[in-house]
Structures are given as C-alpha cells and as structure tokens.
Design a protein around this ligand. Structure first.
Ligand code: DAH
Length: 339
C-alpha cells in the first residue's frame, strides 16, 4: 500500500495540464467520490495496527498534495484566458438592465409639464418648516385641529419647527419673495403623523398651485383645473367642484373627476357615485394675501393642491399606496416613462 501511495504521488507530481477540463479530470481521478484517495481510505481499515500511523500520514500527505496541485494548476490557467478556448471573446457582453422611472416621478413630471404649458413656473421650499409658513400665514386659527400632534410631526425640542404637512407652505415662501403676477406650482414631499395603510402614508407627495394677478377669478380656477384633468386623464373626463373648507381659500372647493373605470356609471372604485375626489382648491383668502404683503384690494388669486400618489393611483389604477414605497422591481418596471 505504501508503494501504491508513492506511485500515485509520483504520477501526480509529473502531471501537467493546459485546460480546465484536464485539471478537472485529474481532480476527479484522485479526489472524486470514487477516486483513488477514496479507495485508499477504504482499504485503510485492513492496514495492520502497527503500520496505521505511517500509512495514515502518507495518505493525508497525498491528499494535501493533490489539493494544492489542483489549486495551483487552476490559478495558472484562469489568468490565461486565451489558452482556454471555452471563452469566446467576440461574444457581446450580457445586456445591461435598464431602470425605469418611478411612477410618482412620471406623474409629477407630467403635472409639471401640463402646468408649464399654462405658464406656471416651479418653486420649492424646505421640508422642515416653521409654524408660520405651514399654518399661521395660511390663516389657520391657533386652535385649528390640523395643528394637532396627531397630524403633524413636530421637532421635540422646539414646537415651532415641524415637518411640513402640505406644500401650501411654499405659497407663503413665494409670496414673501415676489409680487404679482405670480403663477407657480410647487411639487414636494410632505409628512403627516398617520398610520400606514392602503390609503394613507406618513410620507407622500403633493403639488401646490398658485396664481395671483389682477382679475384672477373662479372661472380661471375652473378652466385651469378642467384643462389639467383632461390633459392628465383624457379628453372625455368631466370635473365637478363641491363646496368645501380650507382656512387659506375662500370660497373653497374639492374637485372630483368622472370615474375612468366605469365612465361615470358607478362601480366599486368610485363607490357607485361615478366620481373620484382628486384635489382641493379655492380663491386665495384675502387674509393670506395681506399676511404676505400683497394688496388684496388690487389682486386676487387661485390656489389648488393635489396628492401625487392619489393622481397616480387614479391614472394607473393602483389600489394600495404602499406599493409606491416598497421598491418592488416587479411593480416599478410596469410604468413607461413618457416624462
Ligand atoms: N393643502 C391642502 C391639503 O393638504 C390642499 C389644498 C387645498 C391646497 C386647497 C390648496 C387649496 O392650495 O386651495 O389638503
């Protein structure tokens, strides 16, 4: 047996290979399940006790030698790709996976584009705001429920600092800097202390719109929003304005669009009303103009605010808001970016 081992060792020492296939055969011959080493280990049982130590050592030496030899041979050929004719260097590389735009970005860009055609500029403001810009300058009475801890994330050390709950705060930022004519939209992230569900999230996106000039009327508001709805959802869409209340607009309204799924006949998406709510709007309250040093005798304004997730849900018929935040590639790659 000792002689056999020596012979194997000698053979292995002399072995050389130029392809990975040859090395693999060599490895199988010695180290494979039915290989020579496995045979040696099997017949080890019959070795007389006094020889066991020496034979055992030799077998282990052989195993180690083969293992190292295989590694060494592999390392020489893997560097030398040209020698391994299994690699075809003329093949094209694997195709790169193309990413897709997020549906919220697609819809935001489309909203920007539609209002851009009507002459609206884009303005931005900070996400971490103060009470003045989010509430007080927008005519929220001090005890208004929207300031409640339930809805607003306040910064613990200073209750005057908070995460903006709506992009209406950017209206104030714009009025501080500019005098009419003002025509601008403000897309951005907003934050509310809400439990996450299919219909609500603590972080979401809004677009605010503001148009102040002499002679801006409710008719302008209605026509602007009708134009927007038809550009976004299709030429057949009808709109409906319902009276509502917001502290910063007077009169205020909420706008519904005719249900795209049933065409207004009534279905479970529109809860059999034929209408779906999409935004809040109104004529800028004169108090808000005055707070921000705009002459309310001379100027009037219209304003509106919509949730981008909501518009995207209606446009793409997405039933669960959480899908927008999960980054599941199977969801995200379904959206074609025209914008
Ligand atoms: N800020 C309101 C909200 O977050 C939306 C809104 C309603 C904005 C009416 C407006 C408006 O500009 O006129 O629910």
């Amino acid at each position: 047996m000792l002689q056999n081992i020596d012979r194997f060792l000698e053979e292995a020492r002399r072995f050389n290979a130029s392809t990975s296939e040859e090395i693999e055969q060599f490895r199988i011959k010695y180290l494979g399940k039915k290989g020579l080493l496995s045979d040696l280990f099997k017949s080890f049982k019959e070795v007389p006790v006094e020889q066991k130590k020496e034979v055992g050592q030799k077998i282990n030496q052989l195993k180690q030698f083969i293992t190292e030899k295989v590694e060494e041979l592999m390392s020489t050929i893997s560097d030398d790709v040209a020698g391994d004719n299994s690699a075809d260097l003329t093949l094209p590389g694997p195709p790169l996976q193309l990413g897709a735009r997020h549906p919220i970005s697609i819809v935001r860009n489309q909203i920007i584009e539609i209002f851009g055609r009507l002459g609206y500029t884009i303005s931005e403001g900070p996400e971490i705001e103060d009470d003045w810009h989010v509430f007080s300058a927008l005519n929220f009475p001090p005890e208004h429920p929207a300031r409640d801890m339930q809805d607003t994330f306040f910064i613990e050390k200073d209750p005057d600092i908070l995460l903006r709950t709506h992009t209406s705060s950017v209206q104030v930022r714009v009025m501080e800097k500019e005098q009419p004519p003002i025509r601008t939209i403000s897309p951005g992230r907003v934050f509310r202390n809400e439990a996450i569900s299919a219909r609500a999230h603590c972080i979401f996106h809004q677009v605010e719109g503001l148009y102040i000039d002499d002679n801006v009327s409710f008719a302008d508001l209605k026509q602007t929003l009708l134009y927007f709805a038809r550009e976004m959802f299709g030429k057949k869409v009808e709109i409906r304005l319902r009276p509502s209340y917001f502290p910063f607009t007077e009169p205020s309204a909420e706008m519904d669009i005719s249900c795209q799924i049933c065409g207004g006949k009534g279905c479970n998406v529109c809860k059999y009303t034929g209408w779906l709510e999409i935004l809040g709007c109104g004529m800028v309250d004169p108090n808000v103009l005055e707070f921000n040093h705009i002459d309310s005798k001379k100027y009037t304004g219209l304003a509106f605010g919509m949730g981008i997730e909501r518009v995207a849900m209606l446009k793409y018929q997405v039933r669960d808001l959480r899908l927008y935040f999960e980054n599941d590639i199977r969801f995200l790659k379904q959206f074609q970016a025209a914008y």
